[in-house]
Design a protein around this ligand. Structure first.
Ligand code: FAD
Length: 447
């Protein structure tokens, strides 16, 4: 164990790891030591903010993306220093790579506050072992690090590629130049689909684009409206989903009848989303995931307004077609690719011939199928297990890892999207920063 004061190892240097480090380093304790380990080398980027293209943008306005909830203008001020006079208001949606640069600066500033407290390692973590006094972290280079605490911030994994290598990831090496008039299929209708579509649009693609998803829903767009002020006493915690849905619809109707916007209701409910999720029994949660989540996602995770308007126009002029269907399979054909779909609600098979299929299946959530050696190690040894919904890792209310035997770890904590089984609303920066702040404070307080 290190001879200095409190030591914390953070595994993963994406947004969550950087936010946790920055919150820890707000402490004035000169003996604090934070080690941040990131296998990709780039800090603050992770899956979301490593997007290289300028038209791959954040889906939260700048005013919501500060690293610190108690300093809500922090990102906006950074942006104004970077690009003086460029943005008229903080309702602006910057390129995701720019947000990654902001997080890198946040980390650098946090480290510079009291030099010598932050150490950054460019390594892959393979295993964690909890000891009597702390945690031993094993690195890919064969060495290990001892610390009092470890925090997993290992984030997202992309879903295993579908279509036996025939479907292509947008922006990957296989995404070679296309005939601009060729017909294209995109599997998935979430934010990765939007990335793939806008890349095609920016490359002046003119051919038809078929977007296939189980629900056939199009993401909605943001509007600059204030969240509705909702009193906690009015929120129906612990009721059935049917009751909640009726309450929600009534509130939207009432808001709209007074000239308001449905987005205000969705955003007004946000501070209660974690509590709502936790108030439901398993059956309700399962039903939500199965039946409501797709609809919720398109209303909750909205697109920048201009991007949304472009997408709606592309649908209106018939270039983009949304198809509600299950993807069945894919094979190479003489002219390109032949995809088989099962339209929603039928047993029929629909064959489509296209030049290319983009796989935009999004992120994988079942840790039992993880490709991450650290997650595999933790699950294999029983130090970790999937949460009961199989959408992340099992943790307690304080982000402590729960093992297969139900024991709560004294030393290992988890932050970010992998905690969605406990909190559900924990995907985006406005929620992750609060989680990191609370965790940092509890670690700093602990003996
Ligand atoms: C495409 C996309 C766009 C998004 N856009 C937004 C947005 O605009 N606004 C918003 O608020 N949220 C957005 N999100 C939500 C996103 O979940 C969070 O904002 C945030 O990026 C999550 O970061 P993370 O660090 O938890 O995970 P990740 O970004 O996945 O980062 C995890 C990091 O851990 C590293 N790592 C993993 N395992 C190991 C290991 N064993 N050893 C060492 N390092 C390891 C990885 O290399 C990676 O850098 C988006 C998500 C996606 C997928």
């Amino acid at each position: 164990m290190s001879p200095v004061g409190k030591t914390i190892t953070i595994i993963g240097g994406g947004a969550s790891g950087v936010l946790l480090a920055a919150h820890l380093l707000r402490s004035d304790d000169p003996d604090l030591r934070v080690t941040l380990i990131e296998r990709q080398g780039q800090l603050g980027q992770g899956l979301a903010y490593s997007a290289r293209m300028r038209h791959h943008r954040v889906n939260v306005p700048a005013r919501g993306m500060s690293a610190f909830a108690d300093s809500p203008d922090h990102f906006w001020r950074w942006l104004q220093r970077r690009e003086p006079g460029r943005h008229a208001s903080s309702f602006v949606f910057v390129p995701r790579r720019q947000y990654g640069a902001y997080l890198e600066d946040v980390l650098r500033e946090a480290g510079d506050r009291i030099p010598g407290r932050l150490r950054v390692l460019s390594e892959e973590v393979l295993a964690l072992n909890e000891t009597r006094v702390g945690v031993e972290t094993l690195l890919g280079n064969g060495t290990s690090i001892a610390s009092h605490w470890a925090a997993l911030a290992v984030g997202h994994e992309t879903q295993a590629a579908r279509g036996r290598g025939i479907a292509v990831r947008s922006g990957s090496e296989s995404d070679t130049p296309l005939d601009p008039d060729a017909s294209v299929m995109i599997l998935g209708s979430g934010l990765s689909m939007v990335d793939a579509w806008i890349s095609l649009a920016e490359a002046q693609h003119r051919g038809p684009i078929t977007v296939v998803s189980r629900n056939g829903l199009l993401p909605t767009g943001h509007r600059d409206v204030a969240p509705l002020s909702i009193d906690a006493a009015d929120v129906p915690f612990g009721t059935s989903l049917t009751y909640l849905a009726r309450w929600f619809r009534d509130l939207v109707r009432e808001t709209e009848s007074q000239g308001g916007d449905w987005r205000s209701v969705v955003d007004g409910l946000r501070p209660y989303n974690q509590r709502l999720w936790q108030s439901w029994p398993q059956r309700e949660r399962r039903q939500f995931l199965r039946h409501v989540r797709p609809w919720w996602n398109v209303h909750r995770h909205r697109l920048p307004p201009d991007l949304h308007a472009r997408l709606v126009q592309a649908v209106a002029r018939g270039q983009v077609t949304l198809v509600a269907a299950e993807f069945v399979g894919i094979e190479r054909s003489e002219t390109g690719v032949r995809a088989t779909l099962r339209p929603r609600g039928t047993d029929e098979r629909q064959i489509m011939d296209v030049a290319r299929v983009y796989d935009c299946g999004g992120v994988s959530v079942d840790v039992r199928a993880s490709n991450n050696p650290l997650v595999q190690h933790l699950v294999r040894t029983g130090a970790a297990q999937a949460d009961s919904m199989h959408i992340g890792l099992d943790i307690d209310d304080h982000c402590a890892l729960v093992g297969a035997d139900g024991n709560v770890s004294q030393r290992v904590r988890v932050v970010g999207p992998l905690t969605r089984g406990r909190f559900f609303e924990i995907e985006a920066v406005p929620d992750i920063r609060l989680q990191c702040q609370a965790l940092a404070e509890s670690i700093l307080r602990a003996e």
